[in-house]
Design a protein around this ligand. Structure first.
Ligand code: ZN
Length: 294
């Protein structure tokens, strides 16, 4: 698949998400016992969206459009279950330069990490997980797709979906991430009702995006930067990658777009802040539609 086809496919995937994402009621719920957030004191429990009908896993795509210029950068730390031999032969699935740039630029960010990535890079996982500038969330253990026909990824069967997500939390904690967030990003962003049902009761909010950076397999940093700058709106969630081998331009993209977005008045936030704002009552006492499309 060429990068442009991939971008289109990812955009279609996001569109598919838009069609299925709007069943949530937008109230904060405490995390169920045994779920990722349950070890925290309730005062510090991250906001999540309420489940949909029948306990269906809720899906978040972007924050409110009318509450100021905020944007959340998200970085998928991709590594697939079968990529161990490639890492052993020198391929880099991490991106320390990108993380250093985010620290230098003081950009808060949410990292969706596969369990396999945390197993491979435990020191980096721990460093991210203990740094309040970042939040670390779940991107499955295997990075296998939760639907058929997802960018050629191998698929995880429905009866293994739940354990794949739980195994990722185990890997994140084992690496030293003390409080992984109750947010889950489907590998490739691919999901359907069966996948949402399979994760019901885990207490996770599925997090998609409304801006596809196009950094996957890109070689032209300027084109990716333009795509980000053209796409960002108030409340946007931008998807990028923290994986040098598959997204070699991302550090350059971040160094280019951060000052530009700041000059346009944007403030960088983590996904949890956008979800919290989506849940917050409007000043009038009426609750805003948390997934209203503009
Ligand atoms: Zn991924």
């Amino acid at each position: 698949m060429t990068p442009s086809v991939r971008r289109i496919a990812a955009a279609l995937c996001a569109l598919g998400a838009a069609l299925t994402a709007c069943g949530t009621t937008g109230t904060t719920r405490p995390a169920p016992a045994g779920s990722p957030g349950s070890a925290r004191p309730s005062a510090t429990r991250p906001p999540v969206l309420a489940p949909g009908p029948g306990g269906l896993t809720p899906v978040f795509e972007h924050g409110p459009r009318t509450l100021g210029k905020t944007v959340a950068f998200t970085f998928d730390a991709d590594m697939t279950a079968d990529q161990g031999p490639r890492a052993a032969s020198g391929e880099h699935f991490d991106n320390p330069g990108l993380i250093a740039a985010l620290r230098t630029l003081k950009v808060p960010a949410t990292v969706f990490m596969t369990g396999r990535w945390a197993d491979q890079y435990p020191d980096q996982a721990r460093s991210l997980g203990r740094d309040p500038q970042f939040e670390v969330a779940n991107h499955s253990w295997s990075h296998y797709a939760f639907t058929a026909g997802c960018y050629g990824l191998p698929t995880v069967t429905a009866d293994r979906m739940r354990t794949d997500v739980q195994r990722a939390y185990t890997s994140l904690r084992k690496a030293g991430v003390p409080n992984p967030m109750p947010y889950f990003r489907f590998p490739g962003g691919c999901y359907d009702q069966q996948a949402l049902r399979a994760l019901s009761g885990l207490g996770v909010t599925a997090v998609q995006w409304d801006v596809v950076s196009g950094d996957a397999f890109a070689t032209d940093a300027d084109a990716v930067a333009r795509q980000v700058l053209d796409g960002v709106k108030p409340g946007s969630v931008v998807v990028m990658h923290c994986t040098r081998s598959a997204a070699p331009t991302t550090e350059r993209v971040v160094r280019a777009v951060v000052p530009e977005l700041r000059s346009r008045g944007y403030r960088f936030v983590k996904v949890s802040e956008l979800i919290g704002r989506a849940n917050a009552p409007a000043p009038t006492g009426h609750r805003p539609p948390s997934h209203a499309k503009t």
